[in-house]
Design a protein around this ligand. Structure first.
Ligand code: 13P
Length: 304
């Protein structure tokens, strides 16, 4: 059992050992954080509060600092940690970012873990840039999530038909590359592409219902056997439940969820802030109790 002030790296390793999945929830609008934290506490569930760069650029989370400030007001260390999601080296619009500056700022602000996303680079360049971030974060004593393979969906162009994508395995994480990547970067967690896709975020498509994705479980097993570190499933909204449950037994220790709680909030936010928050709370309860079946995970991780 861990103390409730344990670092996020220890928590994820413990979760992997115990077969517990840790959800991360994205906060594209600051008022969404309150019902997310409340639902985690009310269901005795441990989760990460997350913000990605695109959420302060394309949505209304403000900045890394405004998310950090809101988190400081609402946090409960028995149930939450703060994570910086997707800092792409090349972003969804194909622009180079100042990822080192962003990660440095997050570390200075007190984020408990960070993600570097070099997945639009070649393997060699991904390794090189990920190592830069690992160096910065490990000096500060916090864990890093990196990505290998193409988890599509954030780009503004049309996605290839899902059935073609799944059948061809195009962009899936290779087990051999994952082995090399983890050995050479020493990343703490690895985000994998195994049929999962992100919910759309372009202004034209962000209100659309996400298609139901499946997961290539045999591919996940190969990756898991090759690396033995906590694996992360992005695009956590709307994955068929039987695949989700299998993936949690094969190395997935963290799942990222954005669209499932953003869309109910957006549908109501212009009418009633309170109703929009309650829609997030109700969706959170459904995710925790029914979709992921993880209520009570905090008591399985911590002694308090
Ligand atoms: P969804 O929007 O599909 O839930 O994906 C979220 C995500 O992976 C954020 O990193």
């Amino acid at each position: 059992m861990l103390n409730s002030d344990a670092g996020t790296g220890m928590i994820l390793n413990d979760a992997l050992k115990k077969g517990i999945v840790i959800p991360g929830f994205n906060i594209p609008y600051l008022p969404m954080m309150e019902p997310v934290v409340r639902a985690l506490r009310d269901t005795d569930t441990f989760g990460l509060i997350m913000v990605a760069r695109l959420e302060w650029i394309k949505f209304k989370s403000g900045s890394m600092k405004s998310i950090r400030d809101e988190y400081e007001k609402l946090k409960d260390i028995r149930f939450t940690r703060l994570h910086l999601d997707h800092v792409p080296v090349i972003d969804e619009d194909n622009l180079l970012t100042d990822f080192e500056r962003i990660v440095t700022e997050a570390i200075d602000l007190g984020y408990n873990s960070v993600m570097i996303d070099g997945s639009r680079l070649s393997l060699e360049e991904n390794i090189e840039k990920t190592r830069v971030v690992i160096e910065l974060a490990h000096q500060a004593g916090i864990p890093v999530e990196a990505e290998l393979g193409a988890v599509m969906g954030h780009e503004s162009g049309p996605l290839p038909p899902y059935e073609d994508l799944f059948a061809s395995g195009k962009g899936f994480t290779s087990a051999a590359e994952a082995k090399r990547f983890v050995r050479e970067t020493r990343t703490d967690w690895l985000s994998v592409a195994i049929g999962n896709i992100h919910g759309a975020i372009s202004a034209a498509t962000r209100t659309e219902k996400k298609i139901e994705a499946r997961l290539a479980i045999p591919q996940l097993e190969k990756i898991n056997d090759a690396v033995h570190i906590p694996l992360v499933l992005h695009g956590g909204t709307g994955i068929a439940k039987e695949y989700l449950m299998q993936s949690f037994k094969k190395g997935i220790a963290k799942i990222n969820i954005a669209t499932a709680i953003r869309q109910p909030y957006e549908r109501l936010m212009n009418d009633s802030a309170k109703a929009a928050q309650e829609a997030v709370y109700n969706e959170m309860l459904d995710i925790i109790n029914n979709q992921l079946e993880i209520a009570g995970s905090a008591s399985r991780i911590f002694q308090y």
